[in-house]
Design a protein around this ligand. Structure first.
Ligand SMILES: [Zn+2]
Length: 285
């Protein structure tokens, strides 16, 4: 580029006039003295940012884009909700997830030593867990439950309104507690060398019930009552006296006043008084 325009002589080929016209119409920054500079095309100001780079990378890859933002809208304990989110993103500490990140080399389940420990193995398919799920009412013939992929499995179960047999607690509340308590139990076995808790199912039912009655139900029953504060009309022959005190916090000076009105709200009598220095509590008295 020259001071006065584009140096077409540098081009080894001829451009059509209309293309030259388009090029000439591009405004050139005067800040850099006309010199070339690198600019990031992903952002309007030419500066690199990770957000636009991520967007470009996602567009160019054939990765399946899935959204599990519905997890944040579920009525759950925050720690359980976060656990669901981590599960949906294959980010809990089961051997398969750790193996993918290069943290461990063997992916064998540390609890049953029978097959690799994927998330569904640790939370659903491990043979001892089938008994737990059965006790909670999931039958062996429930194809939808036992054969869907991880995200569909989470999504289907946290939306089910069916009541847990014998407890009246909706399945969508019980299910998150099941996988949360199974996960904690698995960690106790692996890290604290504890055995499988015989009270697992009872713990699940109690915790789900507690959540339902102490958190979910009171939240649903909360009703906002709007009460307007205003002067109410009196019965015939009555007068109303309203008094108010005020206090200047800086100097401690206080005063009070009052007004007497009749049944129609018309002023009958009134007073105001300077009290001196005292507290706002005293002046209200
Ligand atoms: Zn296992």
């Amino acid at each position: 580029m020259l001071d006065v325009g584009w140096d077409w002589e540098k081009l080894t080929f001829e451009l059509p006039d209309e293309v030259k016209g388009l090029i000439c119409a591009i405004p050139i920054s005067t800040l850099g003295g006309g010199l070339d500079k690198l600019a990031w095309s992903g952002s309007p100001n030419g500066s690199f940012d990770v957000k636009s780079a991520y967007g470009i990378a996602m567009k160019s890859s054939n990765a399946t884009v899935f959204s599990v933002s519905w997890i944040w809208k579920i009525d759950l304990l925050p720690k359980v909700r976060l656990f669901l989110w981590l599960c949906a993103h294959n980010s809990i500490g089961v051997k398969v997830c750790l193996g993918r990140r290069g943290v461990v080399q063997d992916e064998v389940c540390p609890v049953c030593c029978n097959g690799s420990e994927a998330i569904l193995h640790a939370l659903r398919d491990f043979s001892h867990l089938k008994h737990v799920w059965n006790q909670l009412g999931v039958t062996a013939s429930n194809h939808e439950f036992w054969h869907v992929n991880l995200v569909d499995w989470l999504s289907l179960n946290v939306r089910k309104n069916d009541k847990l047999h014998g407890s009246g607690t909706p399945w969508k509340i019980v299910f998150p507690f099941v996988i949360w308590i199974i996960w904690k139990s698995r960690n106790d076995i692996v890290f604290n060398r504890k055995g499988q808790s015989p009270k697992l199912v009872l713990d699940i039912v109690y915790q789900a019930k507690e959540y339902l009655h102490c958190v979910a139900t009171p939240r649903l029953q909360t009703r906002r009552v709007l009460r307007s504060i205003r002067w109410e009309r009196l019965e015939h022959g009555w007068r109303k006296l309203n008094v108010e005190g005020a206090c200047n916090e800086l100097h401690g000076l206080v005063g009070c006043g009052g007004v007497v009105r009749n049944e129609d709200g018309q002023w009958v009598a009134g007073f105001s008084k300077r009290i001196g220095i005292t507290s706002s509590f005293a002046v209200e008295l």
